[in-house]
Design a binder for this molecule. Sequence first.
Ligand code: 6CS
Length: 283
Amino acid sequence: MKTRILTTAVSMATLLSIAAGVPAFAADDKLNDLKEQGFARIAIANEPPYTAVGADGKVSGAAPDVARVIFQRLGVKEVVASISEYGAMIPGLQAGRHDAITAGLFMKPERCNAVAYSEPILCDAEAFAVKKGNPLKLTSYKDIADNTNAKIGAPGGGTEEKLALQAGVPRDRVIVVPDGQSGVKMLQDGRIDVYSLPVLSIHDLMDKAKDPNLEVVAPVVGAPVYCDGAAFRKQDVALRDAFDVELKKLKESGEFAKLIEPYGFSAKAAMSTTRDKQCTAAQ
Ligand code: 6CS
């Protein structure tokens, strides 16, 4: 009886995948392709502690470190990173330039519709870097919208840019900032009044800037806590599922906490939520 059910189940899966235009065997090819390729091409942003590229070209950061361990357990020896703006990551994945996005790309409904996310990995709130004393008293994206002189810097296609626009900040007061160092410089030069990134990223930048004339506002009032996951193409859901099996083992063994908590992330935060919850949360 069991074999028959299994047989029926397999033929049903085959029928469904062929109906979806994807030959059943193709779904599992991606992992085999990566094993043969010897590496997985990952998109990163170079925004520590999520992702970082050292002067020697070495890739680190919580997201690539978790991805590297998981891909190795799946039989893919290495990860090869390319730096991308957040807003270009999903188009790059869909165009086949990346095999996965492991960059702290936060789960949001529109992104969850475009990619196949793993279960949650890195969770964080949002933050502002402002001039000492927070002269414009900016503690929320709405405060920025309400102050007609205030300009915010944020990553292109990133969550903070979207939150500012959704709060009513006009497009000409939302300045796209290519990287952390540029954001700090623009704030120091007064070209922006606030630079917004996730809390851990802003703290990393401030620790390195060592500028007594800057301070951090965290968490941003009214902004959600987000979680990322590794993101795969929709048609690579079998690879995503295999990734999730190994991620679950890492979480259960305690290795997951050992990988991400030295960077300041909370394993408990990621383990207390799910992809489904993150993808359906109103944000
Ligand atoms: O997912 C995003 O859009 C945001 N994630 C991180 C880790 N940094 C900034 C970016 O906007």
